[in-house]
Design a protein around this ligand. Structure first.
Ligand code: OGA
Ligand code: MN
Length: 234
């Protein structure tokens, strides 16, 4: 993704993909995320993304949705598709840094990635991310985003783009304890909120939603060959 971003930078900025200025606020938030990852494997920051960026990303998402650009996640042979549909019902559309709003999102995530690398030495080298829409009735049953030693996904980042949300709208992100799988947190998918967790460690689920639910799910990946083994289908 960094390569694509750098190709899109205006002439004169060279091939510098690492942002040089990090605002105080996001540096502070990024430290809180690192602390959360260390102490419990996950972190939630409300208002991480600014309202204007959230509006732009939401508008884009709704436009792509209207233009039928979203696809069911994990399409495969019929049996696999059925199994998949019992687990997840969202539709996705990959981000490719095609618009200023997407590039801003990737820039912010690059800052977060660098801070995680500086403090935790995880050697995260890029981010793959997709828009996801859950229509009324859609859900994503309890799962892990990566299986130990079988995936390059290390840290998950999810952000939300829904200006209004109440508990009765469903579509909550439930976070479970990594050992005994008891419910430890329920997060409303409200605009600006960012959730970050260790992909191999934290079981989580999206409860059935009653409203259209817009989000971006992303994964910071480690650079390393996983041989024949690939990430879980998305
Ligand atoms: C995922 C996922 C959580 C959410 O896409 O893997 O778990 O809150 N998303 O959208
Ligand atoms: Mn997940």
């Amino acid at each position: 993704m960094d390569m694509q971003q750098s190709e899109l930078l205006p002439i004169g900025t060279g091939l510098l993909t690492e942002p040089s200025v990090t605002s105080h606020v996001s540096a502070h938030y990024n430290s809180l995320i690192v602390e959360g990852l260390v102490s419990q494997g996950w972190a939630v920051i409300p208002d991480y993304l600014d309202p204007q960026l959230c509006e732009e990303l939401r508008a884009e998402m709704l436009r792509y949705h209207e233009q039928d650009q979203f696809r069911k996640a994990g399409i495969g042979p019929v049996e696999e598709r059925q199994r998949n549909e019992a687990i997840r019902r969202d539709k996705i559309c990959w981000l490719e840094g095609a618009t200023p709003a997407q590039r801003k999102y990737f820039e912010l995530m690059a800052e977060l990635r660098q801070q995680i690398n500086r403090e935790l030495f995880l050697g995260l080298f890029d981010l793959e991310a997709h828009y996801a829409v859950y229509e009324p009735g859609d859900f994503y049953r309890i799962h892990l985003d990566a299986f130990r030693g079988r995936s390059s996904r290390v840290v998950t980042v999810v952000s939300y783009f829904n200006p209004h949300w109440r508990e009765e709208d469903g579509g909550l992100l439930n976070i479970y304890d990594s050992d005994d799988r008891t419910l430890v947190s329920q997060i409303l998918p409200l605009s600006g909120t960012l959730v970050c967790f260790l992909s191999e460690m934290i079981p989580h689920e999206v409860t059935p939603t009653a409203q259209l639910r817009c989000s971006i799910a992303g994964w910071f990946r480690r650079n390393g060959s996983t041989g024949e083994l690939v990430d879980p289908p998305t």
